[in-house]
Design a protein around this ligand. Structure first.
Ligand code: KOT
Length: 807
């Protein structure tokens, strides 16, 4: 531990310091001489928690005494990221905490580095849920987040010579100072005839600069009776603990598939487990406030985060009818008045459909209810659309055929009053394709709410130098009202401001360069163009197209072309069973190995694969991005949210007309966005005529050369077979239309090179990206959900704890 003269501590810092010392004794049971860095992290977290507890308790009291209408968000995933710094920023105590740490001879950075992040999500969907929780608290909306307390979150990724290697994420191994167990709020769930108990673990979600601290309630599975004494007494110890082990497996691990459904028994069990606990908890709250169950829909709005919690439709019906004695018709009006559903993908492989046999085994009563819902639904359809049996079959909740299945998306649509997509294009395609016929039946049910990201974590926490520059230039309001960033526009041509802007960007890039060196051993030049694609590895996101572009650049540099220096940075996890995605990682790693040591590159090209992309790592990366790669096949990325984080932090986007890219470009202006590629409509037309990549490839000598170089084993130590599956796929079916877009992608990349050479112009474009991105705040998204879907209004919390103004 560093020893230094204690810095003078401001009063609130002094209070934190005293609380840390107290917790070292009372919570960690240690003397200062034995305390580890982790002990100090825990003490600081507990000291911060002590401060926010007042708000948390007061928030619950306010909501309870005022019988407020409450939004509940049901999500199988929450990709929260670390809590400590976010809470410090929300409380306006970051500098005070820094001083307190320094008084103990520590640094705040050391403390922050100790926090394991709760990685309870795969990617965009889980991260969105986390941004939404924070925005709901900041907007002072009564809300509860419900989910699963996975003991192991998303796997940790290491990168070796053979690509991705996975290991477990025991994020709870050293305890979790941010949660409170509530054993008094436990509920039984019957799955496959066996009862499992869900126990509530609560985490406070603090709003920024307000007294609201909402609750994220995650369920942990427990066996009802830990021990089967009959078996134990009969000498069969293994059998005695079997049920306990089986039960607790339920919340053991997060499924690591992003946008791929595997139809596993445990997965369906996880879904009913957390959905049933959450709904039972809502009934408990109703009861405790003396509200009749027939008022359920007036007390609660339930938002389904994709179809993972769609079983809620049947489970709410079951609880109303079987447990609370409500008749079918009343139960159905309550259910459909309560539930709404957000769709996050059009990819067919992500659509959940559970085999009837499995469903029958695990959830026979819920299946019976689904059949009844379906029978009544089909009856109304038959009356409205007589003589159209095909239509009925297509809309049915049950997929017919040799393996009959329950279609969870259909259950969600039928059981909801509102269905939304997450960006304009996505919502339109939902209505035109996936749910076209549902949209004819219920046109008013479908709407769009474009995603957003929280400016607190993704600007104030991730990029303090930029936050400070903004505070100086336009005041501090932007953090709660991101539209205020507009005030930056006139400064985009102010030389003195641009110089400070450049300084902020350089700092971020130097910081990332240091991380890259630490994590990969590679030295990169912070003055080079940082070209970044970080997200889950998926063929539709086309990391392989970016990789091809890098190989082309390598060939051009070797041929003596003069191109401005670039550092191309990739990061992201591949689902462990997704061979093609893993092969793409392997290609990037293979390229990096050769290119980074090639003297012919003369520092003009570096390729980096940053291992274990996470919220924590994202906080270091997003502020340092010059060029944001958003290159999915048009029509495939529902929205994207990394695109927003990068643009908000001053990156320029190279992207297709896909997801929220379209809306980003509309706002930042087409001069400040590098557009390329076919539109979704153009691709649909190409598909109708029969797509083949060869004609595109035959006219493209550079692409051919790049593919040949990869095929020659240049990036795989002479192994010509390794990348064959990837290359053969690109040259035969090319399902994601890489070849159709590659030429235009190259043209746009050349434009990027040209623009980068005019540093002044680039800076101006960078400022305009930040200035015009205020729309993409998750506060705006949540405001729309609250007003248009949930009909939930802000309820300010008056607390006796003092919230200092923004830091
Ligand atoms: C995963 C499994 C089933 C259904 C959907 C998914 C899914 C979708 N997981 N992540 N997404 C992403 O969600 C983000 C938030 O809406 C979007 O920005 C992104 O485009 C989706 O790919």
């Amino acid at each position: 531990m560093a020893s230094s003269t204690p810095a003078p501590c401001p009063p609130k810092g002094q209070a934190l310091l005293e609380a840390m010392r107290r917790h070292l004794f009372s919570s960690q049971a240690k003397s200062a001489s034995l305390a580890t860095t982790h002990d100090h992290y825990v003490c600081l977290s507990l000291a911060v928690r002590d401060i926010l507890l007042t708000s948390w308790v007061d928030t619950v009291d306010t909501y309870t005494s005022q019988h407020v209408r409450t939004a509940t968000y049901m999500s199988a995933e929450y990709l929260l990221g670390p809590h400590l710094e976010n809470n410090l920023v929300s409380l306006g105590l970051r500098e005070e905490a820094r001083a307190a740490c320094e008084a103990l001879g520590l640094t705040l950075e050391e403390m922050l580095a100790e926090e394991p992040e709760p990685g309870l999500g795969n990617g965009g969907l889980g991260r969105l849920a986390a941004c939404f929780q924070e925005s709901m608290a900041t907007l002072e909306l009564p809300a509860i987040g419900y989910g699963i307390r996975y003991e192991f979150g998303i796997f940790r990724q290491q990168i070796g010579p053979t690509g991705q290697m996975e290991s477990t994420d025991p994020w709870l191994a050293r305890g979790n100072p941010w949660e409170v167990i509530r054993p008094e709020w436990s509920y039984p769930v019957v799955i496959g005839g066996q009862t499992v108990i869900g126990v509530a673990y609560d985490t406070p979600i603090l709003g920024y600069g307000v007294h609201t601290a909402n609750t994220l309630r995650l369920w942990s599975a427990q066996a009802p009776d830990a021990f089967d004494f009959a078996s134990f007494n009969a000498g069969d110890y293994t059998r005695a603990v079997l049920h306990k082990v089986q039960s607790e497996t339920l919340s053991k691990v997060l499924y690591p598939n992003d946008e791929l459904e595997q139809g596993k028994r445990l997965r369906l069990s996880q879904q009913i487990f957390f959905v049933s606990c959450s709904l039972q908890d809502m009934f408990r709250i109703l009861g405790s406030q003396g509200i009749p169950v027939t008022e359920f829909h007036r007390k609660f709005a339930v938002q389904l985060n994709d179809t993972h919690p769609a079983i809620a439709v049947a489970e709410l019906m079951r609880l109303l009818i079987d447990e609370h004695g409500v008749d079918w018709d009343t139960a159905w009006s309550i259910t459909t008045a309560t539930i709404s559903y957000t769709n996050h993908t059009l990819l067919p492989e992500a659509l959940e459909a559970w085999g009837l046999e499995l469903f029958q085994q695990l959830l026979p009563r819920q299946l019976q209810i689904i059949f009844e819902i379906n029978a009544r639904f089909l009856r109304t359809l038959r009356i409205r659309f007589p003589g159209q049996p095909d239509l009925l079959e297509r809309l049915s909740l049950i997929e017919e055929g040799p393996h009959r299945k329950v279609r969870m998306a259909h259950l969600a649509v039928v059981g909801s009053h509102t269905v939304n997509g997450v960006a304009e294009l996505h919502s339109r395609l939902l209505k035109e394709n996936l749910f076209a016929e549902f949209a004819q039946v219920w046109p008013e049910r479908f709407t769009n709410i474009t995603n957003g990201v929280t400016p607190r974590r993704w600007l104030a926490v991730a990029n303090p130098p930029l936050a400070e520059l903004l505070n100086d230039a336009i005041g501090t309001d932007w953090c709660r009202h991101l539209d205020q960033l507009r005030k930056l526009e006139p400064l985009a041509t102010d030389a003195a401001f641009l110089e400070r802007w450049q300084g902020v960007r350089e700092q971020a890039k130097e910081r990332l360069a240091a991380t890259i060196r630490q994590d990969t051993g590679v030295l990169v030049d912070p003055s080079s163009l940082f070209d970044v694609q970080v997200k889950r590895i998926h063929e539709y996101k086309r990391q392989h197209m970016a990789a091809l572009q890098v190989v082309e650049r390598y060939l051009r540099l070797r041929a003596g072309e003069d191109l401005p220096p670039r550092t191309v940075i990739f990061g992201g996890k591949a689902a462990p069973g997704y061979a093609m995605a893993k092969l793409i990682i392997r290609l990037i790693v293979g390229m990096a190995e050769i290119i980074n040591i090639d003297p012919a590159m003369d520092g003009r090209l570096r390729v980096i694969f940053l291992p274990n992309f996470s919220v924590k790592l994202g906080q270091k990366i997003y502020p340092a991005v010059d060029l944001s790669e958003q290159i999915s096949t048009a029509g495939m990325e529902a929205s994207g949210t990394g695109n927003m984080k990068m643009s908000l932090n001053g990156a320029l986007t190279i992207g297709t007309l896909d997801g929220a890219n379209i809306e980003i470009r509309d706002r930042v202006g087409d001069d400040n966005f590098f557009l390329f590629g076919h539109t979704a409509e153009q691709l649909a037309a190409i598909n109708r005529n029969g797509y083949h990549p060869m004609p595109w490839l035959e006219n493209d000598a550079l692409a051919k050369e790049a593919i040949d170089l990869i095929g020659s084993g240049h990036f795989s130590e002479g192994d010509r077979d390794l990348f064959h599956p990837l290359l053969a796929n690109l040259c035969s079916s090319d399902p994601f239309r890489v070849m159709a877009d590659l030429g235009d992608y190259r043209r746009a990349q050349n434009e990027v090179d040209g623009a980068w050479c005019d540093a002044g112009r680039w800076s101006m474009m960078s400022v305009l990206n930040t200035a015009r991105c205020g729309f993409f705040s998750s506060d705006r998204s949540i405001q729309e959900y609250a007003e248009r879907i949930w009909k939930v209004v802000p309820v300010p919390v008056n607390s006796c704890s003092v919230i200092p103004q923004s830091s």
